[in-house]
Design a protein around this ligand. Sequence first.
Ligand SMILES: NC(=O)c1ccc[n+]([C@@H]2O[C@H](COP(=O)([O-])OP(=O)(O)OC[C@H]3O[C@@H](n4cnc5c(N)ncnc54)[C@H](OP(=O)(O)O)[C@@H]3O)[C@@H](O)[C@H]2O)c1
Length: 329
Amino acid sequence: MSGVRVGVIGATGAVGRELLALIGERQFPAREVRAFASERSAGTTVSFADEELDVEVVSPAVFKDLDVALFSAGADVSRALARDAAASGCLVVDNSSAFRMDDDVPLVVPEINARALEGHGNLIANPNCTTIVNAMAVAPLHDAFGLRRMVVASYQAASGAGAAGLAELWSGTRGYLAGDEPAPEVFAAPLAFNVVPRIGVPLEDGGTDEEAKMGRETRKILGIPDLEVVCTCVRVPVARAHGVAPTLWFDHPVDLARARLALEEAEGVRWDELPTPRAASGKDDVLVGRLRAVPFEERALTLFAVGDQVRKGAALNALQIVERLVTHR
Ligand SMILES: NC(=O)c1ccc[n+]([C@@H]2O[C@H](COP(=O)([O-])OP(=O)(O)OC[C@H]3O[C@@H](n4cnc5c(N)ncnc54)[C@H](OP(=O)(O)O)[C@@H]3O)[C@@H](O)[C@H]2O)c1
């Protein structure tokens, strides 16, 4: 499949623009790249390598002329178009939550569970961005000690809510400093100089759908159906890169030196004494540090990890999936 024809669906958004930038940067085997979005963006252009691509309006008809479709236009668009696109022979990687838990759809972080791609039916889901960052740090420790329970808090950047989220952080920050702060529209409370401990849709159990994703998607990626997970998702006034602070309980007693070695040797993970969002922004690797034993529990560890959620949490992960499939053909 060398020299594939690639379509980016949602090309004017935060993830779509990153996809185009990464296709340009990497040795991605594309012979044609097209940009799609809604009618709102018709007639505009987006940057790709050193050219400007015309933004086309996506429709069911476009997929017959594409080999690979990278969806990042939200779950409604994916539900409307992605299954038919895959059925017509187009390889689809979907960044939305539409199909992640469907039994016939692999949910893949290539460094962790690339084997799930075997026998795929042309439709592959990219996990939630916070789940990917967390899983990258947790998977090597699961391999070493056998994960049983996880309590995790997230520190999620404004751009995780798309281009509109980042714009609201900027306008809120400028407004706060000028004494004229606009009311929040994207976030549940003003984000500038604040943290907002609710992301996503509230659920009956008191959690949110964003928090539920961390549990069910981590179980599917790591292949631990009975993994116990408690998650609190928090929005922080950071432009880019999500942090996570998981405390992990294992089947076997842990050894700190062995845990650190497992992290240092893991593909896509970089040890960092003080991992911060600014250090992780624009980087492929997830930064992991602050690894500690838990004093009252010999089978537990705690750590901090941070990863660029637009990159490894979305665009890079999607391209790595396609690259694996191209290489393995
Ligand atoms: N931001 C992140 O960090 C992140 C990380 C992982 C996964 N995701 C997921 O990736 C997807 C995109 O997120 P984003 O942050 O890039 O959002 P975004 O910045 O708001 O961009 C949304 C994109 O979708 C397009 N779109 C919206 N409605 C459409 C329609 N009816 N038909 C065609 N195109 C349409 C928009 O085009 P117009 O310009 O025409 O409106 C725009 O290109 C979402 O499912 C999100 O959950 C995001």
